[in-house]
Write a protein that binds this ligand. Structure first.
Ligand SMILES: C[S@@+](CC[C@H](N)C(=O)[O-])C[C@H]1O[C@@H](n2cnc3c(N)ncnc32)[C@H](O)[C@@H]1O
Length: 351
C-alpha cells in the first residue's frame, strides 16, 4: 500500500482544521457565557483592557483572544496586541436575537457531545436515547441555535409563503405548535398575530416548563398555552394551522404524528412543516451543512427516534421525497415545498 504524500497532507490539513474547531467550540461557549464577544464589540481592546471590561483574569483572556484570532473569530493587530470584532463577526457572535447566533450552535453541539459514551454504547445495542435524557445544554442550545432563524424568517417570509395562512392568523386563527421545545416559534407567532391563539406541545416536560416561563417573560401568556403531549396525542381539534419546527424527523412515529395532525386540523387547515435543509440523496448532502446535520443527527435525532415506539428514524437529512411520502401516507392530499433557507426547508401540507 502506498500513501500519496499530497493526498495525505491534504487530509492532515483537514484534520488539524477540525481539531482546532472542535476544541475552539469550548472557547466560543466560554465567550458566550462570560459576555466576551459583546464586551469586545464595545471597541478594540488589548487583553488587559478586555479582562478589565469583563472582570476576567488577563492571562486567560490573552490565550482566548489569540485562539479566537487564529480561528478568524476576532480581528487582531499583532504589533499593538489589539483585538476587535468586524461587523460580520459581531453580527454572528453577539446577538442571540439576530438572524444568526453562532455561539448557540456550539452550546448545542457541546451539550450533545456530553452523551458521547452513551451514544457509543447505543451503537452496539441499537437502543435509543431520548431528548429528555440529554444534558440540559441540548435543550437550551437547541433554542439558541434555531430561534434566530425563526426570528429572521418565520413572520417575514415563511408564513407569507403559505397559502392564505397569514390572513387567517391576523383574523384570529387557532394554532397547534407541535414539538415546540422551549416555545420560540409559538411565542413569535403569538407576538406577531395578537388575535391568534397558540397551543404549544412537546413530549418533554422540562421543555414545556421552560416554554411557559418564556411565554410569561414575553408577555403572551393570555394568547398561548402549553401542554406535555406527544405529537400523536396533543389535544384540540379544528386547528387552522399546525406547525412542526425541526422536530418531525426526530420522532419515532412521525406517521402517527402526521395522522393525528390531519385529524386535528380544520378541513381547510394547513400543516406547516419546517425541516432541516436536505437533498433527497446521500450524495446531495455530502457538504458542510449535511455534515453538521448528519452528525447532530447521530447524537440527537436518530437516538431520540429509536427511543420511541413507531419504527421510524428519519434522521435530520430525510429530504423532501421522504417527507412527502410520510405526509401523503397519512392522508394529506396536497403537499408542496413553499420556501427554503440555507438551513431549513419549509413545506405546506393540506388535508
Ligand atoms: C430539535 S428540537 C426542536 C424544538 C423546537 N421545535 C424548536 O424548533 O426550537 C426537537 C423537539 O422535538 C421534541 N420531540 C421529540 N419527539 C417528540 C414526540 N414524539 N412528540 C412531541 N415532541 C417530540 C423534543 O422534545 C424537542 O423539543
Amino acid at each position: 500500500m502506498s500513501v500519496d504524500q499530497d493526498k495525505l497532507m491534504e487530509f492532515l490539513g483537514r484534520f488539524i482544521g477540525d481539531l482546532g474547531a472542535t476544541i475552539a467550540a469550548g472557547s466560543v461557549v466560554v465567550g458566550h457565557r462570560l459576555g466576551l464577544y459583546k464586551a469586545l464589540d464595545a471597541g478594540p481592546a488589548t487583553p488587559a483592557e478586555l479582562a478589565e471590561r469583563t472582570d476576567c483574569d488577563p492571562r486567560y483572556i490573552t490565550e482566548w483572544l489569540r485562539g479566537q484570532a487564529a480561528g478568524g473569530y476576532v480581528m487582531c493587530e499583532v504589533d499593538s496586541d489589539t483585538y476587535w470584532l468586524s461587523e460580520e463577526q459581531a453580527f454572528a457572535l453577539t446577538n442571540p436575537d439576530g438572524g444568526v447566533y453562532a455561539p448557540g450552535a456550539f452550546v448545542l453541539a457541546l451539550g450533545a457531545l456530553r452523551a458521547e459514551s452513551r451514544i457509543a454504547q447505543a451503537f452496539r445495542t441499537g437502543d435509543g436515547l431520548g431528548w429528555h435524557e440529554h444534558d440540559g445544554d441540548v435543550i437550551l442550545g437547541c433554542e439558541q441555535f434555531f430561534r434566530p432563524g425563526y426570528v429572521a424568517n418565520l413572520v417575514s417570509s415563511w408564513i407569507p409563503a403559505l397559502d392564505g395562512v397569514e390572513t387567517k392568523l391576523r383574523a384570529g386563527a387557532t394554532v397547534a405548535d407541535v414539538g415546540c421545545g422551549l416555545g420560540a416559534s409559538s411565542i413569535l407567532i403569538a407576538n406577531e398575530y395578537p388575535a391568534a391563539r397558540v397551543v404549544g406541545s412537546d413530549y418533554h416536560d422540562g421543555s414545556i416548563e421552560l416554554a411557559r416561563k418564556r411565554a410569561a417573560d414575553a408577555g403572551v401568556t393570555e394568547r398561548t398555552s402549553f401542554e406535555v403531549a406527544s405529537a400523536a396525542t396533543f389535544s384540540g381539534l379544528g386547528y387552522d394551522l399546525v406547525t412542526t419546527f425541526d422536530c418531525l424527523h426526530d420522532m419515532g412515529d412521525p406517521h402517527g404524528a402526521a395522522t393525528h395532525i390531519r385529524q386535528a386540523l380544520a378541513p381547510d387547515g394547513t400543516w406547516m412543516i419546517v425541516e432541516p435543509f436536505a437533498g433527497d440523496t446521500v450524495a446531495d448532502n455530502l457538504n458542510p451543512v449535511g455534515r453538521a446535520y448528519y452528525n447532530f443527527s447521530t447524537f440527537l435525532c436518530v437516538p431520540n427516534a429509536l427511543s420511541q415506539n413507531g419504527g421510524y428514524s428519519l434522521g435530520a437529512q430525510a429530504g423532501e421525497a421522504a417527507i412527502r411520502r410520510l405526509v401523503t401516507d397519512a392522508g394529506f392530499t396536497r403537499f408542496r415545498r413553499v420556501t427554503e433557507t440555507p438551513f431549513n426547508l419549509v413545506y405546506e401540507a393540506r388535508p
